[in-house]
Write a protein that binds this ligand. Structure first.
Ligand SMILES: [Zn+2]
Length: 194
């Protein structure tokens, strides 16, 4: 591996580590929950199955094809099918999958979440709940998630977790955090009503 490629790899790891640590320390994922990926032309770099987002190291980043399997594919997160479907159907370059508690809780109740705080209303006014009323499974609803992410920055899979997309991991992370803040506010307001 040449020096140029090595520094790119280190920069990439740094992005994954900072977003993974933010998600973990802010309680948006549990120790082994969630997964991150970025697209590089025909390949994607995705977190390893079972990796700890708060403590990522070099071997936790798995590079494999967007469209076809290779020797690394089996190491990737079990949600790889969803990440691939998003890249196959769009020009987005990053995906963050996490389990934000209040957003997931609200996904039990409705097939769409409508944030009411200013930031949420502005950036994520409608958040579709994918697979509402159906049983969630790892890697499930890939086609439906990818389709909805063409027109929405973030979606929630019913009783499971969120998928946010963007041009960078940081952008997808910011949307994920906004979703959880908006859902926390919605939850609090609902419980304040007499
Ligand atoms: Zn998940």
């Amino acid at each position: 591996m040449g020096e140029g490629k090595l520094s790119t790899r280190n920069e990439l790891l740094h992005h994954f580590q900072s977003v993974g640590a933010d998600l973990y320390t802010r309680g948006v994922v549990s120790m082994h929950g969630g997964n991150l990926s970025i697209r590089q032309e025909d390949n994607l770099v995705i977190t390893r199955s079972g990796s700890r987002l708060g403590y990522l190291t070099g071997p936790d980043l798995v590079e494999t094809g967007v469209n076809k399997d290779d020797a690394n594919t089996h190491l990737a997160s079990t949600e790889i099918g969803v990440h691939r479907a998003i890249y196959q159907q769009s020009l987005f370059k990053a995906v963050v999958h996490s389990h934000p508690v209040h957003a997931v809780a609200l996904s039990f109740l409705d097939d769409e979440i409508n944030p009411q705080d200013e930031g949420g209303k502005l950036f994520i006014p409608e958040v579709p709940v994918i697979g509402f009323g159906k049983e969630p499974a790892p890697g499930g609803f890939a086609r439906e998630v990818a389709e909805a992410l063409k027109t929405h920055a973030v979606v929630i899979v019913h009783r499971h977790g969120s998928f946010a997309r963007g041009m960078t991991l940081e952008e997808a992370y910011v949307i994920t955090e906004l979703l959880e803040i908006s859902c926390r506010i919605l939850y609090i307001v609902r419980n304040m009503k007499p």
